[in-house]
Design a binder for this molecule. Structure first.
Ligand code: PMP
Length: 284
């Protein structure tokens, strides 16, 4: 069955779906995106993802392609047309098509909206979490507004590629000795008291929706949450480390730059939080 994408008002076979060569997303990375997962037909954390999408659009003074209730209908239709029960839904909005010029195009230029969906392997994620993942550190060379979820992801792609070449699953991004986040997820450590620590929500990280839900879960579990910067050295010496994202949920980290974290296997705090996140996300 061919995959179906939504492209500017039409549902089209993905292999023949196209955008214009003067789309500003293509020429300037002048666009934003969101990714959320559907598990057993239910969107996880959908309201959070749509709220962040609206914020990203607002920060870039970009018009929304449709209101959020219409967007939910289109998202559901893309999942339905692809006959998916467990899906990863990708949405991208750009400032639209205009003759190449750095300045914004004329008011009234239609934003472009693309939505795709692909199968999400829930069991593979659990299998990965039961082993934990290796990560490496990479310099954080991104711009100063990574709190906006733009499609300008070249530094993230370079970091992820370096990780893959080193046989690791993710890259911890380090600026001035501090771990900001990962190439496509938020970074956490567990401190010696059992509290969980993550970088504060500033312009230097993407405010993850999973991060936000994980904080709520930790509070329910009476795990102390500390939002403060931590260094790479501190992470390497931590009893546990993990990352969060919509597609990884809570994923234990078992080594950093080849050095074992804790006992070199997924830690109890990360595993408890993962179960709590899944239970909470499933409740909606
Ligand atoms: N940081 C970055 C750089 C990301 O790309 C992502 C994934 N979109 C995250 C953090 C995690 O965000 P979320 O939990 O909303 O998926």
């Amino acid at each position: 069955m061919p995959r179906i994408a939504y492209v500017n008002g039409r549902y089209v076979p993905q292999r023949s779906a196209m955008v214009h060569i003067e789309d500003r997303g293509y020429q300037f990375a002048d666009g934003i995106y969101e990714v959320c997962v559907v598990v057993n037909g239910d969107y996880w954390d959908m309201e959070g993802h749509l709220a962040r999408m609206q914020r990203s659009l607002g920060e870039l003074q970009m018009a929304a392609p449709m209101d959020m209730s219409a967007l939910k209908v289109v998202m559901a239709e893309v999942v339905r047309r692809n006959r998916l029960k467990n899906a990863l839904v990708y949405m991208q909005v750009t400032r639209g098509v205009a003759p190449r010029n750095h300045q914004f195009p004329a008011a009234g230029t239609e934003p472009s909206l693309v939505i795709t969906a692909r199968r999400f392997d829930f069991n593979a994620s659990d299998a990965k979490a039961s082993k934990g993942i290796a990560v490496i550190s990479q310099p954080d060379i991104r711009w100063g507004r990574v709190d906006i979820k733009t499609v300008g992801l070249l530094p993230n792609a370079l970091a992820k590629e370096a990780a893959a070449k080193a046989g690791a699953a993710e890259a911890l991004l380090v600026r001035d000795g501090v771990v900001t986040e990962c190439s496509a997820s938020n970074a956490w450590i567990v401190d010696k008291t059992g509290a969980i620590v993550t970088h504060p929500k500033t312009n230097q990280i993407l405010g993850g929706i999973t991060r936000q839900t994980a904080i709520a879960c930790a509070e329910e579990l009476q795990i102390k949450v500390i939002e403060r910067p931590f260094t790479l050295e501190e992470a390497k010496a931590a009893p546990e480390a993990f990352l969060t994202s919509a597609t990884s949920f809570v994923m234990p980290i078992v080594s950093i730059d080849g050095a074992r974290i804790g006992a070199g296997k997924p830690g109890p705090v990360a595993l408890r939080l993962r179960e709590a996140y899944k239970a909470r996300a499933a409740r909606g």
